[in-house]
Design a protein around this ligand. Sequence first.
Ligand code: ADP
Ligand code: MG
Length: 402
Amino acid sequence: MSMQLRTLAHLGDSRGKRVLLRVDWNVPMERSRIVDDTKIRLSLPTLAALRASGAAVIVVSHLREGATGDTLAPAVRAAGRLLGGRRPTLVRTAVGSPTLLRVCRALRPGAVLVLENIRRYPGEERNERAFARTLAALADVYVNDAFAACHRRHASVAAVADYLPAVAGLLLQREVEVLQRVLEQPAHPMIALMGGAKIATKAPVIDRLRRSASAVLLGGGLANTVWAVRGYGIGASLVDSDAAPVVRQLLRARRHGAVRMPVDVVVGDPSARGRGHRVVPVGPRPHVICERPEAVLDIGPATIRAYSAELRTAATMVWNGPMGWLECSPFHYGSVMLARVIASRASGRAFGVVGGGETLAALQQTQMAQYIDHVSSGGGAMLAFLGGEALPGLLPLYRTGA
Ligand code: ADP
Ligand code: MG
């Protein structure tokens, strides 16, 4: 028995059908200016395909809490510019009102309607069935293309799929295919590079990847937390303080030789913001690396060399999480150097997968992001997927087959 993801190919003839399309247009904004329209661009192939097939599309997206004006208006304008042709219309009529139902029923093939920020409705984050049913009543089929929201048990991602035929859009399909391959049949050897802040959310990924990876290279706050648990002195370093049990599990993994730790670090006083720093070697037995007010803020040159050499042996590379304090020069250096190595090997010599909010920011600094084979659109969702979690948004899109 195998599980098959239902996709646009399973939709059949969509001419004249109304499609409820869940996208992630939760783009970063300053005032009402969009700082980065990547998420909108990524959603356009599915939107265009549905339109071309003669469907009318009802777009649903969320905006994070506190987002400027709480309205999708800037995203809708940007989508209109990028799409060309007939512009999508933002409707402010409430979900559940008879007017909206009438408007949706009257949609012509190729029309695109966008519902206002779905998190305005309390039923959304509570995954309320009644709300999901009301949403579903607007359309004939449901297409989920919001991979970045699939780890959320929210009505427009999860419950709605119980009330309509549900399939994955093109972006979601690609995410699942690539990440599934990384988990189940990567080209070997696979090397994973993991850093960033929260080891508790990343430990399941490290654990899962090391089953097929020849090495998992640790850095950033993750490495700090491992040192703290093992009794190294790390001063004022960033640690995930309630992650001790999770780290002990990792340390067991370390005996398998698959998890590597930095052999040197850059330490400095964070309040000096980059003025004054030094390289400290890190030994295999616990010792004092630095004392307050100093902190471990980046991986050191010997580690960059060692990790680069490992990455150069890889046929598959997976990277999530900065190696140091990305927002403060020169502590971004380790992350950007390894981002360069990964980008320079990707698109040919090795298959490169990169994901995570701050990780992508580091990748952008290299001006080489276009070489990465797969830049995941989902930070939290990618981690949940790679950690082996069942994603509430994905489950209803599978069909059990022979
Ligand atoms: P992502 O969003 O890519 O998954 P995280 O959210 O887990 O990454 O963590 C990124 C943050 O961790 C960045 O803001 C980075 O500056 C910080 N960070 C990583 N290592 C360190 C360190 N050694 N000291 C201070 N901050 C660090
Ligand atoms: Mg982050």
